[in-house]
Design a protein around this ligand. Structure first.
Ligand code: DON
Length: 567
């Protein structure tokens, strides 16, 4: 490395290690009175804004954003994937919708193991067998029917326009498509949509038109569920399955139903948080960690000091051990939720915390609770309107571009969510997560997720909405965004820009965002026994903050290419 580069790097390190993110005016986010959308893509945020300005509420706008993301953020935004929604209505109702993918009926417990019982990891990530039955379309229609005010055709207009007339690629859109080109080329349906006919690379400024996708979206807009789960689209999905060795049947598609679930509620200082219950692990982990943090007096420590990070890491270590063992699809596995969220149980879990010594993950296991045991690229967006409706949606194909399989003639990618199951006990998935029986593969079962859409109220009014991408790091990043607001009074831009850490029990490693933790903080954490690893970005998040006067601020992670649109 040249001396100049080294000097620049050291200056940056010095600067960030001295930087007080809690008080500095990193930037003052713009305030909106009427509505705001934060998502992973400018066109999608603007689609949401268009619907708000047409008089739609936050739910109408959220559905518009989800469909637009399927067009303009194909690596993550989707109709071939699934996700979770947490919402707060103008009438004060709080609800969560699970539109996570399900294992196809023909899925079997050992479908990703070879004759010797070894895990063939590519099979759960790439190609026909990697996909779960998609939930997004049912989820959006279900949410719109219950809480929306506009017709499906209206809220889908921006997405259909973006697919039919095309949109101009930015550098980031082009780079994303080019980076996956080799894998996408392997599947004819994907090649047809995502690879230029002359085989050259995409460039910023290119117009990207998706005619087949536009037709699929129109079928959904006019026929609702039937426009996706049966009829022509359903048939095209099954034909693709036959072509690439997949197992999703027409019956699987017809039977798919999203589920309204009771939110997980937690209290922390002046806030009430409402989070996603299983099959997402986000709510359980965040509630467990917040309780354990209260027990170790987290409010007394300064932002990202070694002692603060140590407390966070130890609480996360214990909670992820529970997550990996006890959590899965509640419709299939009897999760001891009451016990796992019991205050005494959690105080007991953190009672061996040592302020100057890291525990070893080998010595921490899942907690013993009384239970009868019979028997994982993502994106997030938030919308808030002036009526008090707030929506947080975390949605994914799992890996970037999912299974890389595009349904020929229908123009959309299918997920590779089957990799979020625990394919073999002790075998890490693509996020290094190790699972157990609770998350084993069964027909019709939903795979455990880390997606963490979250809404927090202060004095009964919505104050925070957030979520993100990054596998298990979603949970820790959303938690830190919330803590940055609740403990350190950061504004939305500061809270999201602030450096992050991550711990997930196994591997026994304390990850910190490389440039932004000073050498002495890292040394102190190492002296406590943490195995600290400096890495690049931890998660990509989007958030909204609403103050007591109803002014809305949005922030999208500068670690990605998100966009805030408001008025
Ligand atoms: O549901 C989950 O936890 C994973 N499928 C999320 C994947 C993800 O965040 C990938 N993005 N970086």
């Amino acid at each position: 490395m040249s001396r100049i580069l080294l000097t620049l790097l050291l200056t940056a390190l010095f600067f960030f290690s001295q930087y007080d993110f809690s008080t500095a005016q990193v930037s003052q986010p713009e305030s909106y009175q009427n509505g705001v959308v934060t998502s992973g893509d400018r066109y999608a945020s603007e689609a949401g804004l268009e619907i708000l300005q047409k008089g739609g509420n936050a739910i109408d706008a959220a559905v518009a954003v989800q469909f637009a993301l399927a067009v303009t953020l194909p690596r993550a935004g989707n109709i071939g994937g699934g996700g979770f929604m947490v919402l707060h209505t103008d009438a004060g109702e709080i609800n969560t919708l699970d539109f996570r993918e399900k294992a196809p009926t023909r899925a079997t417990r050992n479908m990703y193991l070879d004759e010797d019982g070894e895990f063939i990891s590519d099979k759960s990530k790439v190609g026909g067998l990697a996909s779960g039955v998609p939930g997004t379309v049912d989820g959006m229609i279900t949410a719109l029917e219950r809480y929306g005010t506009l017709a499906l055709e209206i809220v889908m207009e921006p997405a259909i326009r973006l697919a039919e007339e095309g949109y101009t690629l930015t550098h980031s859109h082009a780079r994303s498509l080019n980076s996956a080109a080799d894998r996408l080329r392997e599947f004819d349906g994907s090649k047809e949509v995502f690879i230029k006919t002359d085989g050259s690379s995409w460039k910023d400024g290119d117009l990207f038109i998706q005619k087949d996708l536009a037709e699929t979206l129109k079928r959904i807009a006019t026929m609702g569920r039937r426009g996706f789960y049966s009829g022509l689209t359903g048939r095209l999905i099954v034909e693709e399955m036959n072509r690439v060795g997949g197992i999703i049947t027409l019956r699987d598609l017809r039977d798919y139903k999203s589920v309204w679930r009771e939110p997980i509620k937690a209290e922390f200082y002046d806030y009430e948080l409402y989070m996603m219950p299983p099959p997402s692990s986000g709510g359980v982990v965040m509630k467990q960690v917040l309780k354990m943090l209260s027990d170790v007096n987290i409010g007394e420590y300064s932002f990202n000091s070694a002692d603060y990070v140590h407390r966070l890491a130890e609480a996360l270590r214990r909670s992820f051990a529970d997550r990996n063992y006890w959590l899965g699809d509640p419709d299939f596995f009897d999760i001891p939720l009451t016990e796992l969220l019991d205050e005494n149980y959690l105080s007991d879990r953190i009672s061996d915390f040592n302020p100057t010594l890291a525990s070893s993950s080998d010595s921490i296991s899942h907690g013993q609770v009384n239970s009868v045991m019979e028997s994982n690229e993502t994106t997030h967006f938030n919308v808030a309107d002036s009526y008090g409706n707030v929506v947080a949606v975390n949605t994914t194909l799992n890996g970037s571009f999912g299974s890389f399989v595009t349904v020929t003639g229908a123009g959309f990618l299918l997920n590779n969510e089957m990799d979020d199951f625990s394919a073999k006990p002790g075998e890490p998935n693509m996020f290094g997560l190790i699972g157990a029986e609770a998350n084993s593969i069964e027909p019709g079962k939903r795979m455990l997720s880390s997606m963490s859409p979250t809404i927090a109220l202060k004095n009964g009014n919505p104050a925070f909405a957030g979520g993100g991408a990054g596998g298990p790091r979603i949970i820790t990043a959303v938690l830190q965004n919330f803590l940055n607001m609740a403990l350190f009074e950061m504004n939305a831009t500061q809270a999201i820009a602030a450096p992050r850490m991550h711990h997930q029990w196994l591997p026994d490693r304390l990850f910190v965002e490389g440039l932004y933790f000073s050498a002495d903080t890292v040394e102190k954490l190492e002296s406590y026994g943490h195995q600290v690893q400096r890495i690049g970005n931890i998660a990509l998040t989007h958030m909204i903050m609403i103050d007591e006067n109803g002014a809305m601020n949005g922030a999208s992670d500068s670690r990605g290419n998100g966009y805030v649109a408001g008025y």
